[in-house]
Design a protein around this ligand. Structure first.
Ligand SMILES: C[S@@+](CC[C@H](N)C(=O)[O-])C[C@H]1O[C@@H](n2cnc3c(N)ncnc32)[C@H](O)[C@@H]1O
Length: 498
């Protein structure tokens, strides 16, 4: 008979990393296991991914190196990613980070979106099924050139605000944020999306405890519940993608039950409906998935997925697979939730209003709105005082779907003028070439802390006007408003440094 546990007896303290290491030990040979232990002794450097929607990544990294005393190393499979191995100023403490010119992201998390092929897709329709806080959504926006539409979905109400903020900060215009269980998309939108990313909720057994991916102990029951949810989500992703379209499945766990076993279960459930790419030739070093574990042999195609042990590329543990849909998956269909678009509170700007706004932005800031709207297939809508640029593709494909946010704010209509929004200006700063005010160098540290700037010559600018503030190198420092004897600081709190 099992002995009753004495509640007052102290339980042995186990470390989740040690527990996980013991479970993963049989999956590696001696040399591999030792290499992993050695790797785990080394610090995990901060890694950043530049935002090509705002900067030229190669040039920007040179500026940041010089400005902040960084030593950098490229992330081998992500052309816009770098490890910052030494720094006088940490990446998180820079204005450029706060302005969304780069995103701080574990290098392993840069892999999944790099796996997608976007060639020949002019206006891709992308679903990011479990998106919050949005690191990979920003990468999707960058890789797709922010054209088409990204539907960034997360089922958790509490995680929607972070997703919205991250997308605004990145300057992603062609995006919408929704809050639904990812399991529903397959039945609601079968064969609709060009690309679906499923960065699945997982047990986070990545062997590196970071702020974004804290490691904690996990029970078998939890793991099995997660694996079941992952299988349902992946099935839904495969249903929702078009024939010939791609799905990337990724997790930040090395638990086989949530990685190879999930792919294998789907291969068995839907034979011939999709193929798994062999990623070995696409990676700088082999990182094959397992062909068997704990007595279970997987479909041979599963081995084509990528299993990143911490020592493979010096990252946290990670798993990613690229799937291409070959045939429709059988399954029920259902009507997606609908609400009359008018209830969203958005109303289109009339032709004359759009013309007037375009003229005002051109005259006041030298900013040409029209080509932006044309290049990116955007339409102008109003909600209250705000004017938003809204993705056309949303209006044509998902018009009735209730969403949490849509597009990006262009600015606010004020009596007799228009105040361009911070995130809009930050996205297109280089195109705002009039009413730029150069802030003297000595005032910049206080300005970046959010203080107003006083006591300098501002005669060239009209009082009450919102101006684009820059330093002597033309670096965007936010917006300011000229009042009386000072320049009021309009940097939002999220952009303040120090
Ligand atoms: C690994 S995190 C996503 C991280 C994100 N892709 C990124 O790169 O920033 C998994 C997310 O899945 C969400 N989630 C959990 N269950 C879900 C479900 N059934 N449908 C959609 N999202 C779900 C969680 O709220 C969580 O935000």
């Amino acid at each position: 008979m099992a002995k009753k546990r004495n509640r007052s007896q102290p339980q042995p303290q186990t470390n989740p990393v040690d527990d996980a290491l013991a479970r993963f030990r049989p999956l590696l040979d001696d040399a591999g296991y030792q290499a992993m232990l050695d790797e785990l002794q080394r610090p995990l450097h901060t890694s950043i991914r530049a935002n090509p929607l705002k900067v030229d990544p190669e040039r920007a990294i040179q500026h940041w190196r010089a400005r902040y005393g960084w030593q950098v190393e490229p992330v081998p499979y992500c052309p816009t990613g770098w490890w910052v191995t030494e720094s006088a100023t940490q990446p998180s403490q820079t204005l450029e980070h706060r302005l969304g010119e780069f995103y701080i992201q574990d290098a392993a998390s840069m892999l999944p979106v790099e796996l997608f092929d976007f060639d020949g897709l002019e206006r891709p329709l992308i679903l990011d099924m479990a998106a919050s806080p949005g690191g990979k959504t920003t990468h999707l926006a960058a890789r797709s050139g922010d054209r088409g539409l990204i539907l960034a979905n997360d089922s958790s109400q509490g995680r929607i605000p972070a997703l919205r903020i991250v997308l605004e900060q990145w300057g992603a215009v062609n995006s919408a944020v929704s809050r639904f269980p990812g399991e529903q998309f397959g039945a609601w939108y079968p064969d609709v999306f060009d690309r679906v990313l499923l960065d699945a909720p997982c047990s986070m057994q990545g062997l590196r405890s970071t702020e974004a991916h804290p490691m904690r102990a996990i029970t078998e029951k939890e793991q099995s519940a997660l694996a079941q949810r992952q299988t349902r989500l992946l099935e839904s992703a495969l249903q929702a993608v078009k024939i010939g379209g791609q799905v990337v499945y990724s997790t930040c766990t090395l638990a086989v039950e949530e990685d190879e076993a999930v792919l294998d279960a789907l291969m068995r459930q839907h034979p011939g409906c999709f193929e798994i790419a062999n990623l070995s030739s696409r990676l700088p070093a082999p990182a094959p998935a397992l062909s068997e574990a704990s007595g279970q042999t997987f479909d041979p195609a599963v081995r084509g997925a990528a299993r990143l042990w911490p020592h493979t590329f010096g990252t946290s543990g990670f798993f990613a697979a690229l799937l291409t849909k070959l045939r429709p998956l059988p399954g029920e269909t259902a009507e997606p939730p609908q609400r009359p678009f008018e209830r969203s509170g958005l109303e289109p700007l009339k032709k004359q209003e759009a013309y007037d706004l375009t003229l005002l932005l051109k005259q006041q800031y030298g900013f040409d709105l029209e080509p932006v709207l044309l290049e990116q297939d955007l339409a102008l809508y109003r909600r209250g005082k705000s004017v938003l640029a809204v993705p056309d593709l949303f209006l044509t494909t998902f018009r009735g779907l209730p969403v949490q946010s849509l597009g990006l704010e262009v600015g606010e209509e004020l009596p007799n003028t228009f105040s361009p929004a911070h995130d809009w200006v930050a996205r297109y700063a280089a195109r705002f070439n009039a009413n730029r005010l150069r802030l003297p160098q000595e005032l910049i540290p206080a300005w970046l802390r959010g203080e107003d700037a006083r006591g300098f010559e501002t005669q060239n600018f009209a009082k009450g006007l919102v101006v684009i503030v820059e330093d002597e190198d033309g670096r965007f420092l936010g917006r300011g408003k000229l009042v009386q004897d000072r320049l009021r600081n309009l940097l939002p709190r999220k952009a303040l440094v120090g």
